[in-house]
Design a binder for this molecule. Structure first.
Ligand SMILES: [Zn+2]
Length: 343
C-alpha cells in the first residue's frame, strides 16, 4: 500500500434483513436455492459499496456469504459430521453445539474462491479475505477421530494453505487468519499455534495477517471481559513468537479495550492493524476518538506500518451503526494522515 494509514475492517459486516435475521450470530438464511446464491452476491456488492462510500481503502466481502466465520468453512470439508453434534466449551467461555470430526478431514473443492473472484471483478481496490485460523477451527469442533488438538490443527493448516493459495491466485491481496483462540490457549500458541499458522501461509506471495481479538460484542464475551481485570495483557503471551514468525500483519483490538498500548512494541517490525472501532457498543466513535487511538499506537508502530481497522467483525451490529463506524474510521484516519504529512 502506498497510501499512508490505509483503512480496513476486521472482516464481517451486517447482512441485509432480507438475507438473514439482523443482529444475530449463526442467523439462518431467509432465502433458498438459486435465490440464496443470488441474494448472497447482491449482499456482497452492497457491503462493498458501503465500504467504498465510507472511504475504506482495503475492502472485503463483509463475509456476506457465510453464516459464521468458522463453521461455514468447516461445512465444506469432508470428515466432519454436522448431524452428529456435541456440546463443547468454546474458548473456555461459552457452550455451543458443534459438529463432530468423524474421519480424516479434507477439502474436496474450493470454499470461498468463487466469492473472492466475484469480489475481485467488482473492485480494483486491494482486497482482504478472512479465513479461520487452525487453532480457532479445532476449538469450534468435537474431535472423535484424531483425538489430538495439535494433530487436527496441523491437518486444518494444510487445508487452509490449499484454500489460501487459490485465494491468492484469484487476486486477493491480503489473506487474514482469525485466531481469537490465541488470546486463550497460551501454552498451545507457543507449542504449535504459531507453527500451524505458518504452515497455513506457506508459499504465499500475497500479504498475510493474523487477527487476534476479544471476540464479537456478544454477552458471553462481554461477561468474560469483565473477569480480565483492569489491564488485559493476553497479547503478551503470543506476541514474541509472532514477532519472529513469517506473518506480515497483526490485527488487534485497541479501542475501548484494556489492552496496554505498549504491548505493540513486542511485535515491532510487523505491520499492525490497529482496532480503533469498538464493536461491542452501538455508540459510534467520533473521528477525533479514532484519531486519538491511532496517535497512541504511533508511539509503538512506524507510520508506514499502521493500518487503522476495527476491533473485530461488525456482523452483530445494526447496519446503520456499522456504516457510521466505517465513516468514523475513515475520518479519524484522515485526521492523523494529515497530521503526519504536515510534519
Ligand atoms: Zn475478532
Amino acid at each position: 500500500m502506498k497510501k499512508l494509514l490505509p483503512t480496513s475492517t476486521a472482516g464481517s459486516l451486517p447482512k441485509p434483513s432480507w438475507l438473514a435475521q439482523p443482529e444475530t450470530l449463526w442467523s439462518p438464511w431467509k432465502l433458498q436455492g438459486d435465490a440464496l446464491i443470488e441474494g448472497k452476491h447482491d449482499a456482497l456488492q452492497l457491503s462493498l459499496q458501503a465500504q467504498q462510500q465510507a472511504g475504506i481503502d482495503i475492502v472485503s466481502d463483509g463475509e456476506q456469504t457465510r453464516q459464521h466465520f468458522v463453521t461455514t468453512f468447516i461445512e465444506h470439508l469432508s470428515g466432519v459430521d454436522f448431524e452428529k453434534r456435541q456440546t463443547v466449551r468454546i474458548r473456555d467461555r461459552y457452550d455451543a453445539s458443534v459438529p463432530t470430526v468423524v474421519g480424516a478431514v479434507a477439502r474436496q473443492k474450493p470454499v470461498f474462491v468463487d466469492d473472492a473472484k466475484f469480489l475481485r471483478q467488482h473492485t480494483r481496490q486491494p482486497i482482504k479475505w478472512a479465513l479461520p485460523g487452525p487453532m480457532t477451527m479445532i476449538d469450534t469442533l468435537y474431535d472423535n477421530h484424531y483425538k489430538s488438538r495439535e494433530k487436527l490443527a496441523w491437518e486444518f493448516a494444510g487445508i487452509l494453505n490449499q484454500e489460501a493459495r487459490e485465494l491468492e491466485a484469484a487476486g486477493v491481496d491480503i489473506i487474514q487468519f482469525d485466531e481469537p483462540a490465541f488470546n486463550v490457549f497460551f501454552d498451545e500458541v507457543n507449542e504449535w499455534g504459531v507453527a500451524t499458522l505458518e504452515r497455513a501461509i506457506e508459499g504465499l506471495k500475497c500479504e498475510t495477517a493474523v487477527h487476534i481479538c476479544y471476540g464479537y460484542g456478544i454477552k458471553a464475551n462481554t461477561d468474560w471481559k469483565k473477569t480480565l481485570g483492569s489491564e488485559w495483557r493476553q497479547y503478551e503471551e503470543a506476541f514474541p513468537k509472532l514477532q519472529k514468525s513469517s506473518i506480515d500483519i497483526v490485527s488487534l483490538e485497541c479501542h475501548n479495550s484494556h489492552v496496554p498500548m505498549e504491548l505493540i512494541e513486542l511485535i515491532r517490525g510487523k505491520k499492525v492493524m490497529v482496532g480503533a472501532i469498538d464493536v461491542a457498543t452501538h455508540t459510534i466513535e467520533t473521528p477525533e476518538e479514532v484519531a486519538s487511538t491511532l496517535r497512541k499506537a504511533l508511539a509503538f508502530v512506524d507510520p508506514d506500518k499502521l493500518y487503522p481497522c476495527t476491533n473485530c467483525g461488525m456482523a452483530p451490529l445494526p447496519r446503520q451503526v456499522a456504516r457510521g463506524k466505517l465513516r468514523a474510521l475513515s475520518a479519524g484516519a484522515d485526521i492523523v494522515r494529515r497530521e503526519l504529512q504536515n510534519t
